[in-house]
Design a protein around this ligand. Structure first.
Ligand SMILES: C[S@@+](CC[C@H](N)C(=O)[O-])C[C@H]1O[C@@H](n2cnc3c(N)ncnc32)[C@H](O)[C@@H]1O
Ligand SMILES: Nc1nc2[nH]cc(C(=O)O)c2c(=O)[nH]1
Ligand code: SF4
Ligand SMILES: [Mg+2]
Length: 215
C-alpha cells in the first residue's frame, strides 16, 4: 500500500510523558473525525483541531509508494546515529494508514515507534508507545495503552463526569490533561488545573513546542 504524508520533521516531542524527547514526527494526511476543511469544522465530530493535515504538500510530505521508502525518509530526518531512534506517528489519524509493513520497516531501522491517535480505530499491536486522545461524541474503542491525553475543556457539551469516571477504568499507565488551545487558552489552562485538583490521578501536560517556537 502507499502512504499519504502531510509532513515530516525532526523536533522535540512537545506533549505528554515523553515531552522533551528528540523525535521524528511523521504526520499522515487525513482524519476520520474531520475533513480538515474549515467549512466543515462546525459539523465535525472533532471541532478543535490545531493541525493542517490535508494533502501531501508540507515539508517532508508526499506520497510514498512503499513502507521502505517512507522509513528511509524518516531515517534521513533522524540522521545516522542509531541510538534511541524515536518516531511519533501522528496526523490526521495515523491508524487510517499504519500497517504491518510500515511498523516492520521502522523497527528494522531501529526506531521505537510512538503513536498519537484518537482511539476510534484499533492501534497496531506492534507500536511501542500508545497515546490516545479521546474526542467527545466519538466512540473510543482503543481503551488501553501507555498514556491517555484528554484535551480539556472540549467545545460543546464535552465529556460528562461519568465519561471521565469511565476513562479512569480504562487500562492506561498515565492519565494526562492537556488544555484546549483556542481563543480562550488562558481560561482553558485554569480549567485544566481545576480538573487535576479535582482528580489527582491525572497530570497536567502542556503543548511545550508552542511555547518554545518548535514545530
Ligand atoms: C492533531 S492530533 C493527531 C492525532 C490524532 N488524530 C488525535 O487526535 O489524537 C495530535 C494531538 O493534538 C491534540 N490537539 C489537537 N488540537 C488541539 C487543541 N486545539 N488544543 C490542544 N490539543 C489539541 C489532539 O487531541 C492530539 O492529542
Ligand atoms: N513538537 C510537537 N510535539 C507534538 N506532540 C504531538 C503532536 C501532534 O501534533 O501530534 C506534536 C507536534 O505537532 N509537535
Ligand atoms: S481527531 Fe486528531 S487529527 Fe482528527 S480532527 Fe481531531 S485532533 Fe485533528
Ligand atoms: Mg500538534
Amino acid at each position: 500500500m502507499s502512504y499519504a504524508v502531510k509532513e515530516m520533521f525532526l523536533t522535540l516531542q512537545g506533549e505528554g510523558v515523553h515531552g522533551g524527547r528528540r523525535a521524528v514526527f511523521l504526520r499522515f494526511a487525513g482524519c476520520n473525525l474531520w475533513t480538515g476543511r474549515e467549512r466543515d469544522r462546525a459539523d465535525a465530530v472533532c471541532r478543535f483541531c490545531d493541525t493542517d493535515f490535508v494533502g501531501t504538500d508540507g515539508d517532508g510530505g508526499g506520497k510514498f509508494a512503499t513502507a521502505a521508502a517512507l522509513a528511509d525518509a524518516a531515517q534521513d530526518f533522524w540522521g545516522p546515529n542509531r541510538e534511541l531512534r524515536y518516531i511519533v506517528l501522528t496526523g490526521g489519524e495515523p491508524m487510517l494508514q499504519i500497517d504491518d509493513a510500515l511498523v516492520d520497516a521502522l523497527h528494522d531501522r531501529g526506531f521505537t515507534i510512538a503513536i498519537e491517535s484518537n482511539g476510534t480505530l484499533p492501534v497496531h499491536p506492534g507500536i511501542d508507545w500508545v497515546c490516545i486522545s479521546p474526542k467527545a461524541g466519538s466512540d473510543v474503542i482503543q481503551q488501553s495503552g501507555n498514556e491517555l491525553k484528554l484535551v480539556w475543556p472540549q467545545p460543546g457539551a464535552g465529556h460528562s463526569a461519568q465519561e471521565v469516571d469511565a476513562m479512569e477504568r480504562w487500562a492506561f499507565d498515565h492519565l494526562l490533561v492537556q488544555p484546549l488551545d483556542d481563543a480562550a487558552a488562558a481560561a482553558n489552562v485554569q480549567a485544566a488545573i481545576a480538573f487535576v485538583m479535582e482528580r489527582p490521578r491525572w497530570r497536567l501536560t502542556l503543548q511545550s513546542h508552542k511555547y518554545l517556537g518548535l514545530r
